[in-house]
Design a protein around this ligand. Structure first.
Ligand SMILES: C[S@@+](CC[C@H](N)C(=O)[O-])C[C@H]1O[C@@H](n2cnc3c(N)ncnc32)[C@H](O)[C@@H]1O
Length: 276
């Protein structure tokens, strides 16, 4: 009770779950799994079955992957015990016992996990939403990529994403309205000398409440040629950039195709597909 009067209703921000809002704002789980499957199949002529989701967070991709086929297995790797506990409580708990049995979460650093974490190799590794940009030096990034390559089956494939365009270098905020909340992408700091980029995600609600800095990322802003050079140095035979097509309204249409040149857009998101 507040001041002996009516109980004060919690704000929308106080009732919100930042992980749910994150998944709704930035993840495209089903299209991403479709992309992994169809690209792998067209490159390798077989179905990918074992997927390792690096920087898995809430493990949304892993959970979806094991639900797609009884032949699929997934391994999710994340450093943060809090997000893995959330994943177990909110995501794994909703899976069937069979699906849960084919999903293994590893609390650890992606730099130290080998293969599926149990002595086997994996068909595919995914590192999405730019999480691998946490590695800020060429040496560390090469170490991560080499570890991924050694984790893959002989015909394994590594899937990454990247963003860029001239807006990526700007200190700026972009807001996107969702049902029940507004997502704010805040590029708060960029250093042209070091390449360091600090980004926050904030959420705002109709009642005026906010979740400020619900997530913060300290990254280096890498370019596609730098990433591809490091993939080659780490032993990947070939890497291909998949560029997003354009919808009639000028925005991305969610369809990605292999592209050798790209376009000098203000803001783009692309996939990089690296073959072991
Ligand atoms: C941007 S979130 C990505 C969540 C999800 N993969 C996605 O696509 O939206 C980054 C995650 O990477 C984790 N992380 C950061 N550094 C890591 C590392 N070296 N090894 C494993 N996980 C790491 C963080 O704990 C966080 O959950």
């Amino acid at each position: 009770m507040a001041d002996g009067g009516k109980p004060r209703r919690q704000t929308q921000a106080a009732r919100a779950d930042r992980h749910v809002l994150y998944e709704r704002s930035v993840q495209s789980v089903e299209p991403e799994c479709d992309f992994i499957r169809s690209t792998f199949k067209s490159l390798r002529g077989r179905e990918p079955r074992v997927l390792r989701e690096d920087f898995c967070g809430t493990s949304a991709i892993s959970c979806h992957w094991v639900g797609r086929s009884r032949a699929n297995r997934a391994i999710g790797v994340d450093l943060d015990p809090e997000v893995l506990a959330w994943a177990r409580e909110h995501r794994l708990a909703k899976l069937s016992a069979g699906e849960r049995g084919r999903l293994h979460l590893i609390e650890g650093n992606v730099l130290s996990v080998a293969g599926d974490g149990a002595g086997g190799r994996v068909d595919a590794v995914g590192a999405f939403n730019f999480s691998y940009w946490v590695f800020k030096t060429r040496a560390l990034m090469r170490r991560y990529f080499s570890g991924v390559r050694r984790s893959l089956a002989r015909d394994g494939v590594f899937f990454l994403d990247a963003f860029g365009g001239y807006d990526a270098y700007r200190v700026m905020r972009e807001t996107t309205a969702h049902r029940g909340f507004t997502y704010v992408w805040d590029q708060a700091h960029y250093s042209p000398v070091t390449g360091d980029l600090r980004c926050h995600i904030h959420f705002r609600f109709a009642d005026g409440s906010k979740l400020q800095q619900a997530f913060t990322y300290e990254w280096r802003l890498w370019s596609l040629p730098e990433i591809r050079e490091l993939l080659a140095e780490a032993g990947f035979r070939r890497s291909t950039v998949y560029w997003e097509g354009t919808a009639p309204n000028g925005r991305g249409n969610g369809e990605f195709s292999a592209e050798a040149v790209g376009e000098a857009d203000a803001g783009w998101v692309a996939y990089i597909v690296a073959e072991a």
